[in-house]
Design a protein around this ligand. Structure first.
Ligand SMILES: Nc1ncnc2c1ncn2[C@@H]1O[C@H](COP(=O)(O)OP(=O)(O)OP(=O)(O)O)[C@@H](O)[C@H]1O
Ligand SMILES: O=C(O)[C@@H](O)C(=O)CO
Length: 429
C-alpha cells in the first residue's frame, strides 16, 4: 500500500473526484465550509505535507474511461487516502450524474464499498445553488428533467434518463432505494432512520433534495456512513459533523493566493449550453480563435497556426481558443471522426497549446469543461492546487503550487453565468 512517507497525519475527509472541474468544485465547497482542503492531481508519487489539512481531494480523469480502468484508478486513490487515516471517504461525480452507458458511477461505487468493507451508501448529486435538484429520484437541471436538458446532447456522456434509481441499477450490483422528499423535510433524525431501514435490503439510496437546507439535513444524517457519494453539494454539511464529533474546529475559508502578473488565456472545450453562451458573450469583447477537430485532422489548422495567431494578438488583451460548438455540429464531427477521436483531437490540441503558452509566459488560464480541464492540467503537470476565492458557485480560482506561480480556473460545463469568463479575468488581476 502506498504510504505518504514521513508525513503520515490524520485527515478527516478523503475525496476522489472523477474529473478535474468536479474536484475543484468539491474543494471550493469544502473550503467555504471551513475545512482546509488541498486538491491533488492524481495519486501523489512523492510524499506530500498534509499536516495543516482537513480534507484532501484527489482529482482523477476517470469519468469516461473504460470501467475497469476507472475502478483501478479509484481504488489506487482510495488506498492512498486510507494511509491518511481518514474518518470518512467521498466519491465525487457530476451533479448531472454524468456517466457512460456502462458506468462508471456504479462500478466505482461498488469497488469503493467493497474495499472499505461497507455495504451501503447514498447517491446525492444535487446542487440546488446551480439548479440541480432531485425529486422522487428524478434529477432536474433548473426547470427541466435531466433527460430534457442540454445534457441529453453531451458529447461523451449523453444523459437520456432522469431516473437515478434506474440509471444506477443498470450499472451496479445492488438494489437502489429512495429517501423521498417528505422524509427529508422531517429532518436529519428521520433521514437517518430511513437510511438504516433501507440499508437492510439496499446497497444505495438516492436522496431527494430541493434546497441547500436539505443538503445540511442529509449531511447530518450521513455522519456515520464511511463512504459518501455525490456531487459537491453533499459536502456542505460535513464540517459540522466533524465539529460535533469534537474532531475539528471551523477554519477561515479560502487560501490567500499569490499575486500573479501576466497574461490570461481562455481555453474552452466544453460544449455545454452555458459554455456556449459564455463563449458567445466573450467573443463580443475579446479576440478568439475557433478550433475545429476536422481541420486539425486534415491538417488545415495546427498548433503552429494557433501560436502564430497568439503572437500576433497577445498585446491586444486576453485571448480565447475554443472548440465549443452546437450539438448539430458536434454530431456531424462525431459522425466523421468517431466520438473518441473527435474529443482526443480537441483535448490533445488544448494540452499542447497550454504547454506552449506556458513556455511563452502566460500565467493565467481559464478553462471550460471537465475533460478539457483534465487534459490541460495534466499538461501543466502540477502536483497540487491551492484553492482560492470562488468566481461562481463551484468554480474557485486556484493556484498551481510550484516554482513559478500560475493561476487557473477550471469551470464545469454548465457552471457560472454568461459573464463568467470576464469575471474570472477580473478576479485574477
Ligand atoms: N467541436 C467539437 N467536436 C467534437 N468534440 C468536441 C468539440 N469540442 C469539444 N469536444 C469534446 O467534447 C468534450 C467536452 O467535455 P468537457 O468535459 O470538456 O466539457 P463539459 O462536459 O461541458 O464539462 P463538465 O464535464 O465539466 O460538465 C471534450 O472531450 C472535448 O474534447
Ligand atoms: O458536479 C458538477 O456538476 C461538476 O463539478 C462536474 O463534475 C462537472 O464535470
Amino acid at each position: 500500500m502506498p504510504i505518504n512517507g514521513e508525513f503520515i497525519v490524520s485527515v478527516l475527509l478523503g475525496c476522489i473526484a472523477d474529473d478535474f472541474t468536479g474536484a475543484t468544485d468539491l474543494a471550493s465547497f469544502l473550503v467555504q465550509s471551513g475545512m482546509r482542503t488541498v486538491q491533488l492531481i492524481g495519486v501523489p508519487t512523492e510524499p506530500v505535507d498534509l499536516s495543516d489539512t482537513d480534507a484532501v481531494v484527489i482529482a482523477l480523469k476517470s469519468r469516461t474511461l473504460p470501467s475497469e480502468v476507472a475502478v483501478a484508478q479509484s481504488i489506487e486513490a482510495l488506498e492512498w487516502l486510507k494511509s491518511l487515516n481518514c474518518e470518512q471517504y467521498y466519491f465525487k461525480y457530476c451533479s448531472t450524474f454524468d456517466s457512460t452507458e456502462k458506468g462508471n458511477i456504479g462500478p466505482v461505487t461498488d469497488a469503493l464499498l467493497d474495499n472499505l468493507k461497507e455495504s451501503f451508501t447514498i447517491l446525492c448529486p444535487s446542487l440546488p445553488v446551480n439548479g440541480r435538484t432531485v425529486y422522487k429520484g428524478n434529477l432536474f437541471v433548473n426547470d427541466e428533467l435531466l433527460s430534457e436538458s442540454g445534457m441529453r446532447n453531451h458529447p461523451l456522456t449523453p444523459m437520456t434518463d432522469s431516473n437515478l434509481m434506474r440509471v444506477m441499477a443498470a450499472q451496479s450490483s445492488g438494489k437502489v432505494g429512495l429517501v423521498p422528499f417528505d422524509i427529508v423535510s422531517q429532518g436529519a433524525d428521520r433521514v437517518k432512520r430511513a437510511l438504516s431501514k433501507l440499508a437492510h435490503e439496499h446497497r444505495y439510496a438516492v436522496v431527494d433534495t430541493l434546497s441547500n437546507n436539505d443538503l445540511h439535513v442529509i449531511g447530518e444524517a450521513c455522519a456515520d456512513l464511511m463512504l459518501l457519494t455525490g456531487g459537491s453539494g453533499l459536502s456542505v454539511g460535513l464540517a459540522k459533523n466533524f465539529v460535533d464529533k469534537g474532531l475539528f474546529e471551523i477554519r477561515n475559508n479560502s487560501a490567500e493566493l499569490s499575486k500573479v502578473k501576466g497574461e490570461a488565456v481562455v481555453l474552452s472545450g466544453s460544449c455545454s449550453v452555458m459554455t456556449q453562451k459564455q463563449v458567445a458573450r466573450f467573443k463580443e469583447s475579446f479576440l478568439s480563435m475557433k478550433i475545429s477537430p476536422l481541420d486539425l485532422k486534415s491538417g488545415k489548422s495546427s498548433l503552429a497556426d494557433a501560436l502564430t495567431w497568439f503572437e500576433k494578438n497577445r498585446n491586444v488583451g486576453a485571448l480565447m481558443f475554443y472548440a465549443t460548438d452546437t450539438p448539430e455540429n458536434i454530431r456531424f464531427v462525431q459522425e466523421q471522426l468517431g466520438v473518441e477521436q473527435a474529443s482526443e483531437l480537441v483535448e490533445n490540441f488544448m494540452a499542447d497549446l497550454v504547454s506552449a503558452l506556458d513556455k511563452k509566459g502566460v500565467t493565467k488560464f481559464i478553462v471550460a469543461g471537465g475533460e478539457t480541464s483534465g487534459a490541460v492540467v495534466k499538461a501543466l503537470n502540477p502536483s497540487m492546487l491551492k484553492i482560492g476565492a470562488s468566481i461562481a458557485p463551484g468554480v474557485p480560482i486556484t493556484e498551481i503550487v510550484g516554482y513559478s506561480p500560475k493561476l487557473i480556473a477550471l469551470k464545469s460545463g454548465n457552471f457560472g453565468d454568461e459573464l463568467f469568463f470576464e469575471n474570472a479575468l477580473e478576479m485574477m488581476q
